[in-house]
Design a binder for this molecule. Structure first.
Ligand code: B12
Length: 212
């Protein structure tokens, strides 16, 4: 469908206003909302993610595409919920205590939402207990933590220990990421999963929630 290709192309170009306009027109035309999400926005964002991984585009392009994705999701989210599309699972997402970097976390959030997860974003500078409390309160089986600083990365370990102290380790899983985090670091602190970027974060979340 030409409309979907046009949404994709404009998302890749980061044209938020045009994406908004095209999605409104597609919805008015009666195109299925999930088709618009999957074949318009998600397909476009997947291209952006791959190009970023291959270093064909850089952060500004990703951020503009992210903004366009957000604008599109704002229109589709309420329609998807009212259509009764069942979310794949709830994920608590935040940046660890002492750290205010949130660009990567926001990209992870957008990709997870785009893939059909319900993301509860609890923001930046999140204390270990706040991650645990949010997961308990929301009944979420997965916590995603982002850390960018050498001085804050240990807070991921503190959160995993707080989960263990609450008797929830294994029941609530912990996925970690951020520029400094590696698979071996994730293993060393007992995290259940690690992903190096927002695209692989989606696969990791699917894996941790037993969806693949
Ligand atoms: C932008 C930026 C800032 C902005 C943040 C704005 C914002 N709203 O986020 C501002 C200016 C506020 C800032 C402040 C500081 N910053 Co700064 N910042 C950066 C910079 C340039 C880019 C970070 C970024 O957004 N990258 C792009 C995103 C897309 O990448 P990402 O975060 O890695 O995320 C990807 C993956 O890691 C993964 N991912 C991320 N989170 C998660 C979570 C999960 C669960 C999963 C699975 C995956 C995942 O997916 C993402 C998408 O693919 C980096 C340099 C760099 N190249 O990293 C320095 C950098 C991180 N900052 C640094 C420093 C030192 C600081 C300050 C301490 C500076 C100061 N002296 O004040 C303060 C700290 C403030 C604080 N308390 O947090 C250092 C950290 C050094 C270190 N090793 O500790 C860096 C590396 C710069 C440097 N080379 O010195 N910073």
């Amino acid at each position: 469908m030409d409309e979907l290709k046009e949404i994709q192309a404009n998302l890749i170009e980061g044209q938020a206003d045009k994406v908004t306009e095209l999605i409104q027109a597609a919805v008015a035309k009666g195109i299925d909302v999930e088709t618009i999400l999957n074949e318009g926005l998600i397909a476009g964002m997947a291209v952006v993610g791959e190009r970023f991984k291959r270093e064909e585009i850089y952060l500004p392009e990703v951020l503009f595409a992210g903004r366009a994705m957000k604008a599109g999701l704002e229109i589709l989210e309420p329609l998807l919920l009212s259509a009764g599309a069942k979310p794949l699972g709830k994920i608590i997402l935040g940046t660890v205590q002492g750290d205010v970097h949130d660009i990567g976390k926001n990209l992870v959030s957008i990709m997870l939402k785009g893939a059909g997860f319900e993301v509860i974003d609890i923001g930046v500078d999140v204390a270990p207990e706040a991650f645990v409390d949010a997961a308990k309160q929301e009944g979420a089986p997965l916590i995603g933590m982002s850390a960018l600083l050498g001085t804050t990365i240990h807070c991921m370990k503190d959160t995993i220990e707080a989960l263990a102290s609450a008797g929830l380790k294994g029941q609530i899983r912990a996925m970690v990421g951020g520029a400094l985090v590696t698979q071996s670091y994730a293993d060393s602190i007992g995290a259940d999963g690690y992903a190096p970027d927002a695209v692989s974060a989606v696969d990791k979340a699917r894996e941790l929630l037993g969806l693949i």
